[in-house]
Design a binder for this molecule. Sequence first.
Ligand code: VAH
Length: 315
Amino acid sequence: KILVTGSAGQLGTELIQMLCEVYGPDAIIASDINHNAAKKFPFCSFIALDVMDQVSLRKVIISENVTQVYHLAAVLSASAEQKPLMAWDLNMDSLLILLDLAKELKLDKIFWPSSIAVFGKESPKENTGQNSVQTPNTVYGISKMAGERWCDYYHQHHHVDVRSIRFPGLIGYKAKPGGGTTDYAVDIFHKAISGASFQSFLKKDTRLPMMYMPDAIQATLDLMEAPKESITVRSSYNLAAMSFTPEEIYLELKKYYPDFSINYVPDYRQEIAANWPQTIDDLQARKDWNWQSKFDLSQMTKDILTNLPNWLDKF
Ligand code: VAH
């Protein structure tokens, strides 16, 4: 069976749906620390699970015959700056607990998301490479950089088959993001559709690597299905789809909502975004497991505006 932690999060909510489609709902166990999240997953099993509780996690893996774990539970960049040591503990210790259980219980595969947040001020801004220097200056970025090293260590020393992707900012309409610096790019759609004006917490020209959720889900499945011999990166793969600024996504939405208005009120998240890359070189993922993005800004915008209104009607 496949266990997913952090299932109620932005990535988890959509990944669970795809995993159920691909492997069948009986093969999937959704989990989250919030037991209320159960109602989001009526179509598969759900377990309330604290990823810091090694005893419970071990019990679930053994009793439910878990062979793969997608470990998505984490504190994202903006939230982590508000509670540094708690974020470091959760992001780091939960991964270490899982890697050690994977070694002890000989799990088949682990997926763990990293982020472009591992790059910092000294990293190249354009076409940041798979092995570009990493000088993260956020708690989240530090935890992802350290986590990548641990993944590589457990693969090298204990043959744990852990696979990872450095996601750009992820944009989806099916789940609210929680505490990310790129969350503005999700909220702007809801504001455009509801006829509200939009206040951006990043400056108009802050360019960031971004990806539409269907591309991120497909990449995750492609990586997890790739033959292990083709995987040459056991820290985490760079991945790219598009890059845009708040002004560019605003102007794209304005094509559909001519009265939509925006103002820019940068806050502490501007400093985080300013130290991240603007564009990413994902050549290694393209070579190793045929990665190819499908959505650019205009295709994503069209797809979200087509689906979001109906999606909102369901609630
Ligand atoms: C965040 N959405 O903002 C995440 C992601 C690259 C951004 O890591 O923290």
